[in-house]
Structures are given as structure tokens and as C-alpha cells.
Design a protein. Structure first.
Length: 259
């Protein structure tokens, strides 16, 4: 969000300098005189900044995965591309939709503005849609009374801070039409009494309110998600992650499609 604001400011400054030159300065310059250096820079940078701004705002935007909350689907250090028009065209900064295209589907890996602090972008998997009744008992998701199918894939080990090895069990989960892998650890989460995670722990079924989504990380026991901070408002959506374009540590991940 801050980068978009920065882009708008630079776009306005360079555009206004160019316009001021066209309307005022150029008429006062002698024929054949050189343009002021500031005007030259503004004329050079404005078209480039405009193209970058339009592409990032309405077509595709790059992001870097900062943590392991979406393992094994996404790893820390993955550079991904996010489709910005999948969930509709939005006004930059305000993030209000002015052209509706489609709504998120169960299983989408979505980027959104973190509800407690919209200046931060988060990425999680969409689990519950508006109106869905969701429960999470014994680490098994049920949506609208139907428990999701799980297939045990085997053990999964990864390195955490301090070069310690963390072991988890990898499962293949069927979420609607999307089949994806998740990780589970032999731990129980701690949640505030009014958090969705606490309601799940009490075997309660929650209903996703209108205009909101329930999001969870694929690394189920190592993810700060809707169970901790609540539902994702529709207005916070940024786009759908679809492609890994770079990972400097694991080159084999380059070119992977995100499912």
C-alpha cells in the first residue's frame, strides 16, 4: 500500500512538471533552447512510472514470501506474482472495487491487506466463503457439514530459525475443486477467548459473515490467520497468487504454478 502511494506521488510530480512545461515554460523558451534538466527527467520518467503503476495496480504485482506459514505450497524466499484483476479492478490506495469480475473461490491462495494493520500484506488460502458454516475439530476442516478429505502423504522436515529441524506430517487436502498439501504438527494452538481458533477448540461451528472470508495458512499449526485475528473483509482483497517466478535458494521452484 505504501509503495502504491509512493508511485502516485511520483507520478503526479513528474506529470505536473511536464504539464507546467507545456503550458508555461515552453512558451517562454527561446527557439532551440535546451529544456531545464528537471523537465527532461520528468518527461523521461513519467511514461515509465505510468506503465509500472498501471501494471502493478490493475494487472499483476510481485510479492516476496516472508515466512513459512504457507508451507509446503509456498516457501520463505519465494517470489510470486499476484493477479490483480481476478477479484475485480480496484481503486489504488482506497482498494474499493469499481469493476466486479469474480469473487474468491474456496482454495484460492489470496493476498490481502492484514485486517489489524492494512499497511501490511498477508497471503493465506481461502477456506470459508460468505455464509459458509465452518468447523475445525481434531485438525479436520468441515464446511457446511461436509468434512474435507485428507490423504497422509508422509513426513515433512524443514529448517526453522537457529538451523533447527522441524518435523511435520504432510497431508493432501481436497478443498472444493482444489487439491493442495498442508502441514500439521503435534501441537495445539493458544488463542484469545473470543478468537475463532478458541471457538474451534470448543467444537463450535462458526458462520462466515457476509462480505468476509475465512483464511488459513497451509502450515496449519504455524500460521497466524483468521483463527487468530478474524475474518478477511472483501475490501481488503488484493489479488490471487498464481506463479512463482524466482527463488534464489531453490531454483527448481522457478516457474511453478501456485495451486
Amino acid at each position: 500500500m505504501m509503495f502504491a502511494l509512493f508511485m502516485i506521488v511520483i507520478l503526479l510530480v513528474t506529470g505536473l512538471i511536464w504539464l507546467f512545461d507545456i503550458v508555461v515554460l515552453s512558451k517562454k523558451r527561446a527557439a532551440g533552447a535546451d529544456e531545464p534538466i528537471l523537465v527532461e527527467y520528468a518527461k523521461s520518467f513519467f511514461p515509465v512510472i505510468l506503465v509500472v503503476f498501471l501494471v502493478r495496480s490493475f494487472i499483476v504485482e510481485p510479492f516476496k514470501i516472508p515466512s513459512g506459514s504457507m508451507m509446503p505450497t509456498l516457501l520463505a524466499g519465494d517470489y510470486i506474482l499476484v493477479n490483480k484483476f481476478t477479484y475485480g479492478l480496484r481503486v489504488p490506495i482506497l482498494n474499493t472495487t469499481f469493476v466486479d469480475i469474480k469473487q474468491p473461490a474456496r482454495g484460492d491462495v489470496a493476498v490481502f491487506h492484514y485486517p489489524p494493520d492494512p499497511s501490511i500484506d498477508y497471503i493465506k488460502r481461502v477456506i470459508g466463503l460468505p455464509g459458509d458454516k465452518v468447523s475445525y475439530q481434531n485438525k479436520r476442516l468441515s464446511i457446511n457439514g461436509q468434512q474435507l478429505a485428507l490423504q497422509d502423504v508422509g513426513q515433512y522436515e524443514y529448517v526453522i530459525s537457529g538451523l533447527n529441524i522441524m518435523a511435520a506430517t504432510q497431508y493432501r487436502e481436497q478443498l472444493g475443486s482444489v487439491q493442495h498439501d498442508i502441514l500439521m504438527h503435534d501441537v495445539q494452538g493458544n488463542y484469545d477467548a473470543d478468537a475463532i481458533g478458541a471457538k474451534f477448540a470448543n467444537n463450535e461451528e462458526i458462520t462466515v459473515p457476509a462480505g468476509h472470508y475465512l483464511a488459513m495458512g497451509d502450515n496449519r499449526d504455524n500460521s497466524s490467520d483468521s483463527r487468530v485475528w478474524g475474518f478477511v473483509p472483501e475490501r481488503n482483497l488484493v489479488g490471487k497468487a498464481f506463479f512463482i517466478w524466482m527463488n534464489f535458494d531453490q531454483g527448481t521452484r522457478i516457474g511453478s504454478v501456485i495451486r
